[in-house]
Design a binder for this molecule. Structure first.
Ligand SMILES: Cc1cc2nc3c(=O)[nH]c(=O)nc-3n(C[C@H](O)[C@H](O)[C@H](O)COP(=O)(O)OP(=O)(O)OC[C@H]3O[C@@H](n4cnc5c(N)ncnc54)[C@H](O)[C@@H]3O)c2cc1C
Length: 439
C-alpha cells in the first residue's frame, strides 16, 4: 500500500483535513493506487483555495510530471498532468512559445489547469485553458485510460474541463502554446478614480490581449472602486530596450523571497489593509505609466514571494471570486463593495477582470461574459455572515461563483455545475455543496 496519512490543505490553509495520500510517479503505480481505493480524488499542486482538492483519499499527481513531447515548430506540447506551468514555461519560452492562458500563479499543474478550466488576463480574447487543449488522457471510473478530445469521448472531454476532478484522473494532456518573439511584455499601468472609470477603461482596452485591475475595496462614495489597471501585450524584439535585445527569450533568474513563518493574527486588519491600499495606489504618481517588464513581473507578481499565504496567519484565509453578467456588473459590484465596506473586512488582493463570451460546450467552466472580482479574506468568526451576504448579492444579479476559490459559499452560485455522475471520485467540496443529491 503506497498511501500514507497526512494533514493537507490548499492555498488558503483552510480547511485542513486528514487524508490518505499517495504520490505515484509511474503509470503502474498510479493504476495500483487507483485500484486500492473505493473513492478518491486527484490533486495537483494544491493551488486552489478552499476544499476542492481535498478528500479522504487523495492521489497527489505532482510526481507524475514528465514532459513527454514538445514540437519546437508548432508549439504543441504533451506532458504528464502533474507538470507545473512553471516547468512548461522553463522549456517553451527560450524556444519562442508561451502559455496560451495562464492563471496568476505558475505553480499550478496542467491537470489542475484543466480540471478548473482556468482563465487568465486574456479571457476576452483567448477564452479558458480548455480552448487550447487538443487532447487529454483520463483514468475513468472503470479503471480504463481514455483518450478524450473534441472528437473522441467528447462528452467526457467537456465534463472534465472545469469538472474539478470528479470525472476521473487526468494523466496527461496535449495542448497548443502560442508563439512569442520575446519573454517581455509592454504594459500600461493606468489609475482609475472609481468603478465607472475602471469599467470604461476595460471597455476601451478590449483590443489589448491582457488586462486586469487591482482595486481598493475599502473606498466609498465617489472613490468606490479606485483602482489601477495593468494592460499588456507580448513585446516584439523592436520594442525591447537595448540591454535585452541580445537574448530576448531568456530571463535572468531572480532570487525569490520567502515568508518564513505564519504571521501573528493581529498583523492583518482593516487598518493595515487601508494603509497598504493607500500606499499601493499612490506609489504610482502619474495617471499612466508605460514600460516593458519580464513575463514573471507581469503575470506572476505574487510568485516572487514564496509561501505568501502565511501572512494571513495560521487560521488561514479564503478567496471569494464571483462573475456577474455584463448588464448587472456595475450595480452588482457596487453592492458587493458596499457590503465589504460595511463588514470592515478589507481584502489586500482585490482583482477585477473583464470576461469575454465563454465556449457554450464547456458547461462546467466558470466564466460568463461580464466582470469578475476576486477577493481575499482572513478566516474569522464573522466571515461566514459576510460570505452569505455576498452570495445573496451574486444570486440577485444572476452571477456565479468559482469552485476553485470557494470555501464556504452556498450551493446557489454553482447552479451551472453538472458533475458527470461518477461515485468513484469525491471531494470535500462536492460533499459540502451537493451532498448525496449528485446524480
Ligand atoms: C496566487 C493564485 C492565483 C490564481 N489565479 C488564478 C487565475 O487568475 N485564474 C484562475 O482560473 N485560477 C487562478 N488560481 C486558481 C488555480 O489556478 C486553480 O485552482 C488550479 O486548479 C490549481 O491547480 P493545482 O494544480 O494546484 O490543482 P489543485 O489545487 O491541487 O486542484 C484543483 C482541482 O483540480 C483537480 N485536479 C488537479 N489535478 C487533477 C488531475 N490530474 N486530474 C483530475 N483532476 C485534477 C482537483 O481534484 C481539484 O478539484 C490562482 C491560485 C493562486 C494560488
Amino acid at each position: 500500500m503506497s498511501f500514507h496519512k497526512k494533514t493537507i490543505s490548499n492555498w488558503g490553509n483552510y480547511p485542513e483535513v486528514e487524508a490518505q495520500v499517495s504520490h505515484p510517479a509511474f503509470e503502474a503505480a498510479l493504476l495500483r493506487d487507483f485500484k486500492d481505493s473505493d473513492s478518491l480524488l486527484a490533486r495537483g499542486n494544491g493551488r486552489c483555495y478552499g476544499d476542492a482538492a481535498l478528500s479522504d483519499t487523495v492521489i497527489d499527481m505532482t510526481s507524475y510530471n514528465k514532459i513527454l513531447a514538445f514540437d519546437y515548430l508548432t508549439g504543441i506540447m504533451t506532458c504528464q498532468a502533474g507538470t507545473l506551468l512553471a516547468d512548461v514555461l522553463e522549456l517553451s519560452v527560450p524556444q519562442g512559445f508561451f502559455l496560451p492562458v495562464t492563471p496568476g500563479t505558475k505553480f499550478v499543474s496542467v491537470g489542475g489547469a484543466i480540471a478548473a478550466d482556468v482563465h487568465g488576463k486574456n479571457h476576452h480574447v483567448d477564452g479558458c485553458f480548455s480552448e487550447h487543449v487538443l487532447e487529454f488522457q483520463l483514468l475513468g471510473e472503470e479503471g480504463n485510460l481514455l483518450k478524450c478530445s473534441r472528437e473522441r469521448n467528447a462528452e467526457l472531454f467537456w465534463a472534465t474541463v472545469g469538472g474539478m476532478g470528479l470525472t476521473g484522473i487526468i494523466t496527461q494532456a496535449t495542448f497548443q502554446l502560442k508563439p512569442i518573439e520575446t519573454a517581455y511584455i509592454t504594459q500600461d499601468c493606468i489609475k482609475a478614480k472609481n468603478l465607472k472609470e475602471i469599467m470604461r477603461l476595460f471597455e476601451e482596452s478590449k483590443q489589448w490581449t491582457y488586462s486586469v485591475a487591482w482595486i481598493d475595496c475599502l473606498q466609498k462614495g465617489s472613490n468606490q472602486g479606485r483602482s489601477i489597471m495593468m494592460r499588456g501585450e507580448h513585446a516584439t524584439i523592436d520594442e525591447l530596450p537595448g540591454k535585452h535585445k541580445g537574448a530576448p527569450l531568456n530571463l535572468r533568474r531572480k532570487g525569490k523571497k520567502t515568508v518564513p513563518f505564519f504571521f501573528p493574527n493581529f498583523t492583518l486588519n482593516k487598518y493595515t489593509v487601508k494603509v497598504f491600499n493607500f500606499l499601493y495606489y499612490f506609489k504610482q504618481l502619474k495617471r499612466t505609466i508605460s514600460n516593458v517588464v519580464d513575463y514573471d513581473t507581469f503575470f506572476y507578481p505574487l510568485d516572487s514571494i514564496l509561501e505568501w499565504n502565511r501572512i494571513y496567519g495560521k487560521g488561514g484565509f479564503i478567496q471569494y471570486q464571483m462573475a456577474l453578467p455584463l448588464a448587472s456588473s456595475e450595480a452588482g459590484l457596487g453592492e458587493l463593495l458596499d457590503a465589504i465596506n460595511r463588514s470592515g473586512q478589507g481584502s489586500f488582493l482585490a482583482v477585477l477582470k473583464l470576461f469575454g463570451k465563454n465556449n457554450p460546450n464547456a458547461f462546467n467552466s466558470f466564466p460568463i461574459e461580464g466582470y469578475t472580482l476576486a477577493l481575499d479574506f482572513k478566516v474569522n468568526s464573522k466571515l461566514p455572515d459576510l460570505v452569505r451576504e455576498l452570495d445573496s448579492i451574486v444570486k440577485k444579479h444572476q452571477g456565479r461563483l468559482y469552485l476553485a476559490k470557494d470555501t464556504m459559499s452556498c450551493r446557489d452560485g454553482f447552479d451551472y455545475f453538472r458533475p458527470f455522475g461518477s461515485r468513484k471520485f469525491d471531494s470535500c467540496q462536492q460533499e459540502r455543496l451537493f451532498g448525496c443529491s449528485r446524480s
